[in-house]
Write a protein that binds this ligand. Sequence first.
Ligand SMILES: [Zn+2]
Length: 129
Amino acid sequence: MRRAQDPCPCGSPRAYPECCGLYHTGTPATDAPSLMRSRYSAFVLQLEPYLLSTWHVSTRPASVPFSKNQKWLGLSVVDSKATGEKSAEVEFIARSRVSNAAAVRHHERSRFVLEGGRWFYVDGDLKGR
Ligand SMILES: [Zn+2]
């Protein structure tokens, strides 16, 4: 169980309840990078309902496969930019490790759209490793 003073899993200096915890409990993410960070935190905390509810309906999977032995090591948001009035891209690197294997980098440039006042993850392109 996480404690209130623990730093947020997304790597921000803020405590979880004042960072991604806000979004996980219903506050709409203010922008695409915030949604991106809250989705990373949701992977760390295995919050499947949050991941599904922030996945755009056009690309949303039926379920999110969590790997039991996967340990998330950190998130870096590399770049983000608006691509339209209601669309944005965020490039990030998420590092994780499964059991005792070497750490792997997930480097993706993701697309997000704003609909009805909420940001949604649409899809992304994997970048070279
Ligand atoms: Zn956070």
